[in-house]
Ligand binder design. Sequence first.
Ligand SMILES: [Zn+2]
Length: 283
Amino acid sequence: MSAKWGVDWVARNSGRVGDPPPPPDPLAVPAVDAHCHLDLMDTPVAEAVAAARAVGITRMVTVGVDLETSRWQAEIAAAHPEVWAAVAIHPNEAASGVDEATFEAIAKLARADGVVAVGETGLDYFRTPPERHAAQQESFRRHIAIAKETGRALMIHDREAHDDTLRILAAEGAPERVVFHAFSGDAAMARTCADAGYVMSFAGNVTFKNAGELRAAAAVAPRDLLLVETDAPYLTPAPWRGRPGGPYLVPLTLRLLAQTRGEQVDDLAAAVAANAERTFGPW
Ligand SMILES: [Zn+2]
């Protein structure tokens, strides 16, 4: 594990307390976890994959936050047929500047078998002071270029930076496939993303009591632009908020999304599986 502050930041803020939650009832129709961090879980990868399979989560995308963790995700994806990788320098890491060799290494890694996305990249104005926004924006631009060069999906981390994220995407020219991971906008933002054809991936925080605005966004997101994710080990869904999460908890968030949208769980599971294949596949 890197000693750089970005990764330490991730580990320090995981909020993992207590035992892993029990497995939810299995899905009848298999679905996909569009974003997790298998390297940050206490569970070995083979066990995390088996636990997910047991409840109908047959595929997952594991996401790097710096060069070292991106390499790890790519290796894991190469070794496990259920696992795909995303590679990038996280915006919080990029805020202190990224050198040319690192961008080149990410671009090379993005072309590897089993790597399906460039991410997570984007902007995080919650964690980043204004004097570091320029470096973060430059890294975002470079990752957009890498996604276009390599034909991979772009996986965006946007925290309290909606306007600049959308503006830079439009200015640079968005790649064909764009995913807003752990979507955090309101219904208006969801409509903007829908108009642009951006995919919205909802994480466990959509289940939280105070997440009314996020549920309103989830209700208006078009079904063919919707994904579900855990961001495990973070954002563990209710009623297990604060516990260590894993891809096996996707059914809890999927069921809440179905209820919010007035849809059948099986139909939504089939839709997110198809959307994931269109975004990250074919597989
Ligand atoms: Zn993440």
